[in-house]
Write a protein that binds this ligand. Sequence first.
Ligand code: MTE
Ligand code: MO
Length: 157
Amino acid sequence: MSRLKALRTPVFWVEGHPGTLDREGWKVEVKGLCSAPKTYSWHQLLELPQTVADARLTSVTRFSVRGLWGGVKLADILADVKVRPEARFVRFWSVKRVYDTSIPIRTALRDRTLLAHQFDGEPLEEDYGGPVRAFVPSLWGYKSAKSVVRIELMDRY
Ligand SMILES: Nc1nc2c(c(=O)[nH]1)N[C@H]1C(S)=C(S)[C@@H](COP(=O)(O)O)O[C@H]1N2
Ligand SMILES: [Mo]
């Protein structure tokens, strides 16, 4: 059993649980205000520098969970796609593209803002936003979009 499951943290999917997702076939498209837009395959994401953030996901519903969130710094991805100076917000789109949420670029560039695919060294399961989710510990949990398929760089909210 994964540690998140053992902790029995609440599982939120306002758009409905996505079911089983294809980890190996996962793709994350990065587009918008950048000079080198790119679609990352699962393996390309794993080839980027990996990091671990000891941090807490905190929901407005009064639960929080702290652990070692593993993944890629969003800052590294933004540098890789050559984010343009006029980009001011980063918008995440979840699988099925019903759930989307945006964060300011300065928050996106923080050290512990990740595209996360692990918790305490274990792969994230679908319940918790696997294969890969946004993890933004400096903002409320609803900004940490689960099962991200697209990241859009925008000049306004
Ligand atoms: N796609 C999607 N992502 C989402 C949500 C959601 O409903 N759908 N809920 C958000 C909210 S409100 C919180 S608190 C966290 C909860 O993460 P968890 O479901 O892994 O506990 O996910 C966020 N990401
Ligand atoms: Mo939440």
